[in-house]
Every structure is written in structure tokens, then in C-alpha cells.
Design a protein around this ligand. Structure first.
Ligand code: ZN
Length: 338
């Protein structure tokens, strides 16, 4: 493997934070591939002692840029429901042509974009002069794509561009989608991907990104004025509420009793789609959730969903009173050997 390490000067780190970081929560790409599938998963890093999610710092960014680790960045700040950027991800056949078409028409609207190469296709980035509502950003970008006959991936649709942020609004406690932080090392491909428009170096790349004109709130308001929400992007009909869970037959929670996705056996575990990931449209390959065969009380999501998130997603959140009235009945969510 070529030496991918670079030095990230403090100014580059600061500029990167300013340009890309919407919130302090972040994800980390696993350094080693996970079986099954050999993929490098993203997960929420946690403090060993407290189990609290780690917060992104300038040092995290420095280590990402220098190649020590690879982080994923969330698209929406939950406090403001705003985003500093829109990233358009396209990885289907001919997707590069669609990104170029989008870039051309964005420029016709007076919006500059930056094309980041990726393993397949690329990511087209639009940066805002100040954080702007995710809903408005999506309305503009998705609306433009649909007017250009470029497919937008919504729900289960297989092919099309993915627009990040993927949500108009984050529900309380939700994180939405993260995207691999640019300029770091893609662990799966073992390489860095650069933006077109500048040389291959952290300083040149940041200098280029800094120089791009950023979209202002006034510009965005003008671009979406009078444009209705395309029917494809309307929120789906609300799902019927989850059935009320009543403990039956025993106090122990067994996740398999609450799952109706296809379950495969891999080694010592059952493997299926993580219900919490599924809520965010993730884990389409259906292998994030591992459930121990020997002890079906034990399960883990490789993407980092917590027990509370998973249990909420299957409609039977953990009863709070247990913490006060007795010992925990559920075995802890221990790491399962691959
Ligand atoms: Zn999950």
C-alpha cells in the first residue's frame, strides 16, 4: 500500500472544520473489514469508560486529514435543522455524466459546486455561506435534478443520485445520514480521493474549496421561490404506530421475536438488517445486525446503533422502570466475535 500519510497544518484543519462540520457527533470507518461482506463499516465512536458518543474536535479532523483514521460527517445540525453543505452522491453507470450536467445547470443558477472523485462516480458538493435549512437545500437540489430528468434515490428506488442531507428535518435523538469526510483515506479503496480543480495536496485542496463562492440564504430563497415540493419528495404516508409491546412469557427480550427481515446464519451468529439502520434507509445489504445464536439475548449493530435505538425501532423500547426496580434482565449488548 502506498504511503498515504500527509501532514495537515493547523490552518487547513481549522478551515476544514469551518467548512464541513455541522455537529460534533461523527462516525468512524472501521480500519479492518468486517465479515460478512468484507466492508469497512462506519460506527459511532464511544468513550470506553462512559459509553458516551465522542465529540469531534480539531484533533479528530487533523487525524482524519493526516490519514490516521477516516471519519463520516453528519449533514444536519439538529439544533437548527440546517446544513453547511449539500453533497450529491452518484455511483451508478453514467452517473459521472449526470453530476457534470448538474454542475453545469447549478452554475447557470449562479451556484458553484466542487466535484470530488470517488471509487465509483463522484460526489458533487455545494457549500453555503451560512448554515441553511436542510429542507430548502433539498428542495432546490432535488427539484433541479428532477427537472433535468436525473433520477433521485427516494426510499427503495434502486438507482439515482443520493442527496445528503437526506432528511428535511431530524427527529429528536436522530442523526440522519453521514457521508465520508472528504480528503481522508477511503479504507475500502485504500486511497485518497481529491476534488477536481486543484492539485493533490491538502493545502491546495482547502485553498480551492475556500475560494469557491458559497450560496447565501437570499440566493437559495430566490431559487426555490414559488417552486412546489416535487411529488416524488413528499413525505410518505405515516406508518401505523408500532404495536404496543407487552411482556409475554418472561422478562427477557429476544430481538429475533421482533424481527421480520430475512435472517441468515454466519458463523456463530444470525445476521439481518438492523431495524434502526433501516429507519434511516441504511443497511440495504441486510447484514449490520448480528445476533448470537448461542445466546439470542445478545445482539449488536456494526454501524453503531445502540440497544435503545434498536429497541425503539422494533417498537418495544426498554422499560425505564427496570433501572429503578431491579437488576437488568437483559444481557448486555456485548461484542460478538466475527
Ligand atoms: Zn444499526
Amino acid at each position: 500500500m502506498p504511503n498515504l500519510r500527509r501532514r495537515a497544518p493547523a490552518r487547513v484543519v481549522g478551515d476544514y472544520f469551518h467548512l464541513f462540520v455541522n455537529r460534533r457527533a461523527y462516525t468512524l470507518q472501521s480500519k479492518r473489514p468486517h465479515r460478512p461482506g468484507g466492508r469497512h463499516y462506519y460506527y459511532r465512536p464511544k468513550a470506553r469508560k462512559t459509553g458516551q458518543g465522542l465529540s469531534l474536535t480539531l484533533d479528530t479532523i487533523r487525524r482524519h486529514l493526516e490519514g490516521e483514521m477516516t471519519i463520516g460527517l453528519y449533514a444536519i445540525n439538529p439544533a437548527s435543522q440546517c446544513s453547511k453543505w449539500v453533497a450529491i452522491d452518484a455511483d451508478y453507470e453514467d452517473s459521472f455524466a449526470d453530476l457534470l450536467k448538474l454542475s453545469f445547470h447549478l452554475r447557470q443558477d449562479g451556484v458553484e459546486s466542487a466535484l470530488e472523485n470517488s471509487r465509483r462516480g463522484g460526489h458533487l458538493w455545494i457549500f453555503m455561506a451560512e448554515p441553511l435549512p436542510a429542507r430548502d437545500c433539498r428542495l432546490y437540489v432535488c427539484g433541479l435534478a428532477l427537472r433535468l430528468d436525473i433520477p433521485v434515490k427516494v426510499g427503495r428506488q434502486r438507482e439515482g443520485i443520493e442527496v445528503c442531507p437526506k432528511h428535511d428535518v431530524l427527529k429528536p435523538g436522530k442523526y440522519g445520514n453521514a457521508i465520508r469526510g472528504p480528503l481522508g483515506i477511503h479504507r475500502g479503496a485504500s486511497q485518497r480521493f481529491w476534488f477536481d480543480g486543484a492539485g493533490e495536496g491538502l493545502e491546495q485542496q482547502m485553498c480551492y474549496l475556500n475560494s469557491l463562492p458559497k450560496m447565501t440564504g437570499d440566493e437559495l430563497a430566490r431559487l426555490i421561490a414559488g417552486k412546489p415540493i416535487p411529488p416524488q419528495l413528499q413525505a410518505p404516508e405515516p406508518k401505523p404506530g408500532p404495536a404496543i409491546w407487552r411482556p409475554t412469557g418472561g422478562p427477557e427480550f429476544r430481538i429475533l421475536d421482533h424481527i421480520n427481515t430475512k435472517v441468515r446464519t454466519v458463523g456463530h451468529n444470525n445476521v439481518t438488517r438492523c431495524p434502526s439502520c433501516a429507519e434511516e434507509g441504511h443497511d440495504r445489504s441486510g447484514d449490520n445486525l448480528s445476533i448470537s445464536i448461542q445466546d439470542p439475548r445478545k445482539y449488536i449493530c456494526w454501524a453503531g446503533c445502540t440497544r435503545d435505538m434498536i429497541r425503539a425501532a422494533v417498537g418495544c423500547p426498554r422499560p425505564i422502570q427496570r433501572a429503578f426496580y431491579g437488576p437488568k434482565k437483559e444481557a448486555s449488548n456485548v461484542e460478538i466475535q466475527c
